[in-house]
Design a protein around this ligand. Structure first.
Ligand SMILES: Nc1ncnc2c1ncn2[C@@H]1O[C@H](COP(=O)(O)OP(=O)(O)OP(=O)(O)O)[C@@H](O)[C@H]1O
Length: 357
């Protein structure tokens, strides 16, 4: 079916030569029964904006194939998040030193707060946070996603939005909504995705405090917090200022990642935050051409670690090109259905069954 779709897309010509297939513009092609979805990736936002006729032609051509019931084609631009609608700048700023606070506080109207943590960077914490948030929303939960990676926010890209949160009353920010999830990230407050945040610890802690308590989160069944890697100021502030339900630790099975994951787990123990479970990301890789299964980073190490700690093992998530492309396109892979959605659905189910979401 995938071959048939690609050859159909090679009939959709580009005005400046070639076609959608020969110009290598098709990403994240997913076939789930009769449902087909794919992303058309243009070189620049301007080029993407002019490609609506090709997008419609591609959808129509694929919809005409035998066995296809529904087609969804999304336009995106290489290296740039989808164009944002012009909006008024928020009249409330994020930044400043933290305000004194007696002890950990509940976030009003939020039943559970789950921190997604890792020791090592790049193991897929943000990918897991966005996909888990969307999986829980698909399961009917009211979900918020707070991007606490203040120096390297990636949720605007992964959730496909850079709409600015507004503050109609100048007191609280209204989070942005994406894929059924309420989202807040410092990345949504910056002028562009090239602007950096250059803050020391106290400013980071102040920003996190604001994003927890000065955002209109309520009502939520669960607030997922995408932490930066490691065991720094942001992790400590979160543990000390908010009533965290607990932490989910993401690691690859590789020894060097597990070593750092143990440090993160140790830190949460020191500040009395329960470990709700461990997830093994990039656990296996199935070759799309021959179906061979490979374990690029090893396999089973996280499950063994969970057993040793007496913590729940929440599941194995595959290393998959579709997951990476979907994240880059701002449309988390769980939205496409199939094996990835099923794997995340099981993690979501296990949290819901334990009353954590
Ligand atoms: N299961 C997966 N399959 C394929 N690619 C993945 C998978 N998980 C994550 N990735 C990709 O790996 C890269 C790093 O992932 P991600 O940003 O989620 O990690 P992270 O732990 O949040 O990193 P950091 O906090 O250090 O910025 C991204 O490009 C992401 O798309």
């Amino acid at each position: 079916m995938r071959d048939k779709i690609m050859s159909t897309l090679s009939a959709v010509a580009m005005p400046d030569g070639g076609d959608l297939a020969s110009r290598d513009m098709i990403r994240a092609l997913n076939v789930d029964g009769g449902h087909v979805s794919f992303v058309i990736e243009a070189a620049t936002p301007e080029a993407a904006a002019g490609m609506e006729p090709q997008r419609r032609a591609a959808e129509a051509a694929v919809a005409a194939l035998d066995g296809v019931e529904k087609v969804s084609a999304i336009l995106t631009a290489h290296g740039v998040a989808p164009a944002k609608p012009a909006q008024a700048a928020p009249n409330l700023k994020i930044g400043g030193h933290p305000k004194p606070q007696a002890g950990p506080m509940a976030v009003p109207g939020v039943k559970n707060i789950i921190a997604i943590a890792s020791g090592k960077g790049g193991v897929g914490k943000s990918t897991v946070s966005s996909n888990l948030a969307v999986a829980l929303a698909k399961a009917g939960r009211k979900v918020g996603l707070l991007d606490a990676d203040i120096l390297g926010p990636s949720q605007p890209r992964m959730m496909g939005t850079n709409a600015r949160p507004s503050s109609p009353d100048g007191e609280k920010l209204v989070p942005v909504e994406a894929h059924g999830v309420k989202l807040m990230s410092i990345g949504l407050m910056l002028k562009s995705d090239r602007e950096s945040v250059v803050w020391r610890g106290p400013m980071l802690m102040g920003a996190l405090q604001q994003m927890l308590f000065q955002v209109d989160w309520a009502p939520l069944d669960v607030l997922i917090i995408d932490l930066p890697p490691g065991t720094g100021d942001v992790q400590l502030t979160l543990a000390q200022k908010s009533q965290l339900t607990g932490a989910v630790v993401v690691s690859t099975p590789q020894d060097v990642a597990l070593l750092d994951a143990r440090k993160a787990i140790d830190m949460f123990g020191k500040v009395n935050v329960p470990i709700l479970g461990l997830i093994e990301n990039m656990s296996n890789y199935i070759c799309p051409s021959c179906g061979h299964e490979a374990h690029l980073f090893g396999h089973g190490g996280v499950k063994a670690e969970a057993k040793e700690l007496g913590a729940p093992f929440l599941g194995e998530l595959p290393l998959s090109l579709d997951v990476r492309l979907a994240g880059d396109a701002g449309s988390p892979a769980v939205l496409d259905g199939g094996a990835i959605a099923e794997a995340y659905g099981q993690v979501a189910q296990s949290l819901m069954e334990r009353g954590l979401a």
